[in-house]
Design a protein around this ligand. Structure first.
Ligand SMILES: [Zn+2]
Length: 216
């Protein structure tokens, strides 16, 4: 099936439109790294965003989110995995040595039902498998059907929009691992990641949390 689709809609690079793949090496090389910044006032140890949320990464993530391109997740996961292995090998070793588990930020059930999938789950599971990290999406869920963050221009609105938006799954709370990577496709203010980590941290003070996003 995908061979037929490839003939009708050949894969083209999001940057230069050359056929063959969604991200050619030339265009990938132009995407700068974002330095890891210490997070002040957050319970996250830090947050790693692999690409800037602009140009070809932004277009690809929007296409994935709205389900326009079915085989895009695998290639997006690959470029994330390659960047982590190449540019952050000691961080990856720290995550692996300390049994970090990757947990994607959930969508509210209403939005999940409407969209049919959660792009953070699809990408996160793929990335975790390729890096050899444990993965689960069973530990917490979203309580408030927060209006889409991207629509809220104002930072204060964004922060209050997601406060207390997450709760832990009571059926699974005893199995919660100590070291957690919270994964999302995009973060701008880290408001969503911080709200999620608050849900975990309220009952698990001595755990370690990292944020990981494709773009920021
Ligand atoms: Zn290209």
């Amino acid at each position: 099936m995908s061979l037929i689709l490839d003939l009708i809609f050949p894969k083209k690079c999001y940057g230069c439109h050359q056929e063959g793949q969604y991200f050619c090496s030339n265009c990938l090389d132009k995407l700068n790294n974002i330095p890891i910044k210490p997070l002040v006032g957050s319970k996250l140890e830090s947050c790693l965003s692999l690409f800037k949320y602009k140009s070809i990464i932004k277009s690809a993530l929007l296409d994935l989110k709205y389900g326009f391109v079915s085989d895009l997740a695998d290639e997006l996961a690959n470029i994330c995995v390659n960047r982590i292995k190449k540019d952050y090998p000691s961080l990856l070793k720290y995550w692996l040595d300390n049994n970090f588990i990757l947990i994607p930020i959930p969508l509210h059930q209403h939005r999940y039902n409407w969209r049919g999938f959660n792009q953070a789950q699809i990408l996160g599971e793929n990335i975790a498998a390729k890096l050899g990290l444990k993965y689960s999406d069973q530990f917490f869920y979203r309580t408030l059907n927060t209006s889409a963050q991207a629509k809220l221009k104002d930072k204060t609105n964004r922060l209050s929009n997601v406060a207390n938006a997450f709760v832990l799954n009571p059926d699974n709370i005893e199995n919660l691992p100590k070291n957690i990577i919270l994964f999302d496709d995009v973060t701008t203010t880290q408001a969503t990641l911080n709200s999620a980590v608050t849900a975990f941290n309220s009952s698990h003070e001595n755990h370690h949390y990292w944020g990981l996003t494709v773009a920021g």
